[in-house]
Design a protein around this ligand. Sequence first.
Ligand SMILES: N[C@@H](CCC(=O)N[C@@H](CS)C(=O)NCC(=O)O)C(=O)O
Length: 212
Amino acid sequence: MGKPVLFGADYSVYVRAARLALHEKGIDYDLVPVDVFAEGGPPPSHLARQPFGRIPAFAHGGFELYETGAITRYVDEAFDGPALQPADPRSRARVNQIISIADGHIYPVLVWGIYVEQVSKPVRGEPGDETRLAASLAAAPVILKALADLMGDGPWFGGAALTLADLHAAPMIDCFAKAPDSLPMIGVHANLRAWWSRMQERASMRQTEPGL
Ligand SMILES: N[C@@H](CCC(=O)N[C@@H](CS)C(=O)NCC(=O)O)C(=O)O
């Protein structure tokens, strides 16, 4: 059927989640660069694949797909390699719960509200939005506690084995971890701190490091 193709940029946390799933499954794939922030907007060829102009988009043997959660679940189910979703309905529900929390809370608050405002805008010479940053810093402990409570004894979000929950959360936590106040906030939760160390040691995380 040929190699799957992922369209996107390596700096994107969503592209990285999809790449992590491909790497953890041991699947050879092509990453085709797309600049959704290009002057004039995303290229028409990308809008034909992803009408909302977001990354990633995915194609495999004539089958086209967008929305990262759909892509990572397809990658897990359509290819050989270690299962990235538990079979048991309750554990699987937990994994899906974490992925929803990543989309609904980690991404807007820890990535956009903290990482973008406190790290990435200043690096680009742009002032961060102090009001948004303060609100996000106030909201972050609730998110981190929810994650720590759901992980329990772990060692992974889905229990004994690495799952898509870890792969969706990790790229976002990697951005958050670059913010000055983040590590003490993560450190309040020993299980989350240990998870983050384990995650950073994975070859897939190193292989998908943005800019490599
Ligand atoms: N719901 C989408 C979200 C993807 C997303 O927001 N990607 C970001 C990059 S991390 C993006 O394309 N941003 C472009 C924009 O906001 O215009 C998915 O799950 O794939």
